[in-house]
Write a protein that binds this ligand. Structure first.
Ligand code: SF4
Length: 333
């Protein structure tokens, strides 16, 4: 039994691990996250930080070699270890995902219409005509012109931006409560990125779906997310409301990511500053803070892994440095 105050989706201690050449890869490591009804939660981090594995775990789509632990609750119902038939009934119907690469996520042999209508025919038992009418309506909603004609086309006949719109329309076909977005703007040029973000705003306003938006680009999240969670090396290192995170980051990694974004209020530098170094090998994580080799504030205590500690205003951070946001930003200067 759930109450209105319960989160729609609740992750507790979620871990995804793989064995690789005799080593253990900790792709996702003890993640706690909540997604409320109608909320947009952004999850940000560099490639390899575990963001996509987190989304795949929610839908039961990790590879069979993965070992999952912890808890994933949807409206109070435990999904980790749920029967495949139950997960299949939820996928696309209650929780839908927009995959990262529309060209590889769409089947090149099937028409757009066949792919768009498949889920609605299965989950909503719509007949062919009704499903195509709904598909055409959704293509119009995502601002694709001549929808009836597009339904007869194959993915290669559409531009990258149109394919991404088709993916979004497909995810909306069964009116899901939760939309999982995996880097929905990454493969697009800047102008189309802006159009897709605008479209996501409209979709959110129109459907009221809760959104879990995974990206490496803090800039893409800025206008859409209510809260932002930052992942590094499979772990959650900071979580805050979007305004608090963008204006006063409390983790050096978050501050480094923000510093690498172009600013409209400053002259454009010849080169944007990047965080030095590379993310760690997830099979070689030691006992200390995983960000230590790249951190300008590293000190003795960082030889032990910092726990996620609560801060005022429903924020949390995993860092031994307890200074102010200004001191953290200053360390990157
Ligand atoms: S725990 Fe230490 S190394 Fe890790 S982010 Fe904080 S200051 Fe940097």
């Amino acid at each position: 039994m759930t109450s209105a105050a319960d989160p729609l989706l609740q992750l507790r201690g979620l871990s995804v691990r793989y064995a690789s050449a005799g080593r253990e890869v900790r792709a996702v490591d003890h993640i706690d996250l909540d997604l409320a009804v109608h909320e947009c939660l952004g999850v940000v981090g560099e490639s390899g930080s575990g963001k996509t594995q987190l989304l795949l775990a929610l839908l039961g789509l990790c590879s069979s070699a993965a070992r999952l632990a912890g808890s994933i609750r949807y409206r109070g119902e435990e999904l980790l270890g749920a029967p495949p038939a139950r997960l299949q009934a939820l996928r696309g119907r209650r929780i839908a995902m927009v995959f990262q690469e529309p060209m590889s996520a769409l089947n090149p042999y099937l028409t757009v219409g066949t792919q768009l209508t498949e889920g609605a025919r299965r989950h909503l038992q719509l007949g062919r005509r009704a499903a195509r009418a709904r598909a055409a309506e959704l293509l119009a909603t995502v601002q694709i012109d001549a929808p009836a004609e597009r339904l007869r086309q194959h993915p290669h006949e559409l531009s990258g931006g149109m394919r991404q719109r088709v993916m979004i329309a497909m995810a909306l076909m069964c009116d899901p409560e939760i939309l999982l977005l995996d880097e929905p703007t990454t493969a697009l040029d800047v102008t189309v990125q802006a159009q897709v973000l605008e479209l996501l705003h409209a979709v959110r306003a129109r459907t009221g779906a809760a959104i879990l938006f995974v990206t490496h680009d803090l800039g893409a999240l800025a206008s859409l997310a209510d809260r932002v969670a930052v992942m590094y090396a499979g772990r959650l290192v900071e979580q805050a409301s979007a305004p608090a995170l963008y204006t006063s980051p409390r983790h050096p990694y978050t501050a480094g990511l923000l510093r690498s974004l172009p600013r409209l209020d400053l002259p454009v530098p010849a080169r944007l500053p990047a965080i030095p170094g590379q993310p760690p090998d997830l099979a070689e994580l030691g006992a200390g803070c995983a960000f230590a080799p790249r951190c300008p504030l590293v000190h003795d205590r960082c030889a032990s892994s910092p726990p996620l500690r609560a801060l005022p205003e429903a924020r949390s951070v995993a860092c031994h440095f307890e200074g102010t946001a200004a001191q953290i930003a200053g360390a990157w200067a």
